[in-house]
Design a protein around this ligand. Sequence first.
Ligand code: UD2
Length: 309
Amino acid sequence: MSKVLVTGGAGFIGSNLVDRLIEDNDQVVVVDDLSMGLKSNLQTSSHLKFYEHSITDHEFIKNLLMTEDFDYIYLLAAVASVADSVARPYETHQINQEANIFILEIIRKKKLQVKKILYTSSAAVYGNVQDLPKYETSLVDPLTPYAIDKFATERFVIDYGKLYDIPTVAVRFFNVYGPRQNPKSPYSGVLSLVTQSVLHRSTFTIFGDGEQTRDYVYIQDVIQALYLLTKESDVVHQVFNVGAGTHTSLNQVIQTYESITQRELKVVHKKERPGDIRNSFANIDKLRKIGYQPRFDIADGLKEYWKSF
Ligand code: UD2
């Protein structure tokens, strides 16, 4: 049984991770200010302690780290919306970068012994550079406060680890989808929006021709990757792409969904979203080398997702 801290544990990815940790009998502490996450995403369990708190509260974070003896720390708390980071660059920076560095700093100063700290970055760091697939060594071009903070923090986490001998690792998520992805915001992941439209038989808007592709990776594959990266003690001070390693167009997604659900989706086309990238997909060889095998292709993932409603 391990003691695990998940910041942002009430969010989409965090809460799915928490479920898996509890299933494995771990003792889990979640810190989430519920700005994006939902309390209802969390199960009630004697294995779970929940703090509705911002990670930017230094006193709180310091006390927490000093009183609990965490084996593993997953840093998922973030302002996850790019648009929000553009509207509030300074505040999002406090959350997406500064608060995470503060956690590292406490661990360094107090010489806390952790088995692994995992930081969650994003494919957004690659920006608009078009050569595909994206390797971890590909050129980065972070274009928004969100992407800049993600990239800078990922470097901090890795280099802090190297400099002060703290076992850290970072991941770059591609387009994660699955149960509990919140479809409420217009900036929600497209698959949660498509799902809502199929569910409510409402019209779905495709921006552009629908031929844009993404590396859609199902949440359970993401959990598999997070597990491998934390449990493999030799894997430190590196960054890993987390994707399915394939790319699918929006039109293909819709066709696949229609055949799974036997429902026809009404669509309208609008102009391409400004700044949208055309294609994106991950090279996941590095992750495969430590044993990762995506188990859900887009059809399997959508089937599972659909079953959750
Ligand atoms: C993702 C992230 C974004 C940023 C970017 C970096 C999400 C929600 N977005 O954007 O924050 O990190 O990666 O590369 O995680 N689309 C429609 N109709 C809709 C919504 C979307 O056609 O109602 C299109 C959209 O124009 C895009 C594609 O679907 O071409 C995927 O959109 P997305 O927002 O899910 O993901 P992405 O990769 O553009």
